[in-house]
Design a protein around this ligand. Structure first.
Ligand code: SAH
Length: 213
């Protein structure tokens, strides 16, 4: 698994691009500048790894656009040591960015094949999540709650209640909400039963799928 000067150079270009698009948090930009995105992408797409675009990965899913990853990560306001839950592990790229920022990462994926692949892959390139879980993100991870932050990386038709309940007071849920396009929404838990809600830009995510049984 190789990183090279060429890849590092391309990554710095990518950092410039997402900075121009509005990402300001230096810690986020720094993490994007470090994670070797080309290793997350099927070899056929290698040349495109550092363009600011989403790409197909295994099982008909996608690795999110770097700008989108940066945007969500910025809204999470991650501090080193924070306990973060991600819904939708996918390729593991978002998880790697969070780990790079010093977060303790828990991540849930509902597709077995992706879960297995990413569970093997991340440690191989030096990223060690606290736990990767094969399961349903709508339920969150009650046994590890509360979390400083929760990030949902698939489009949610509605906000799953367990995710709100699994936040620390002061914790943040970053979730794209909507059916066809999604509005990036942040819930900040301000009390036992109180939340502040903030709305941001529109995006298009693959759907957060619900098991109907
Ligand atoms: N964070 C990923 C992006 C993954 S795309 C990355 O950085 O590459 C969204 C992922 O959410 C897909 O892998 C999809 O299988 C997963 N997903 C969809 N519905 C889910 C659910 N209910 N629970 C957990 N994961 C889900």
């Amino acid at each position: 698994m190789k990183d090279s000067f060429k890849h590092q150079g391309l990554r710095q270009q990518l950092v410039k691009t997402i900075k121009k698009k509005g990402i300001k948090d230096e810690k986020v930009l720094n993490a994007i500048g470090k994670v070797p995105r080309h290793l997350f992408i099927d070899s056929g797409f290698l040349d495109h790894a550092y363009q600011d675009k989403p790409f197909p990965i295994a099982a008909g899913q996608t690795i999110s656009q770097p700008f989108t990853v940066a945007y969500q990560t910025e809204l999470l306001k991650v501090k080193s040591g924070d306990k973060i839950l991600e819904i939708g592990t996918g390729s593991g790229y978002q998880a790697a960015v969070l780990i790079e920022m010093g977060a303790r990462v828990y991540s849930i994926e509902r597709q077995k094949a992706l879960f297995k692949r990413t569970s093997k892959f991340l440690p191989k390139i030096g990223y060690h999540p606290k736990k990767l879980i094969f399961g349903d993100g709508y339920k969150g991870l009650p046994e590890e709650a509360p979390f400083d932050g929760i990030v949902v990386t698939a489009g949610a038709p509605y906000v799953p209640k367990p995710l709100l309940e699994q936040l620390k007071i002061g914790g943040r849920l970053v979730i794209p909400v909507g059916e066809h396009s999604q509005r990036m929404t942040v819930y900040i838990r301000t009390g036992e039963k109180e939340y502040d809600k903030k709305e941001y830009d529109y995006f298009r995510f693959v759907p957060l799928l619900e098991d109907k049984n």
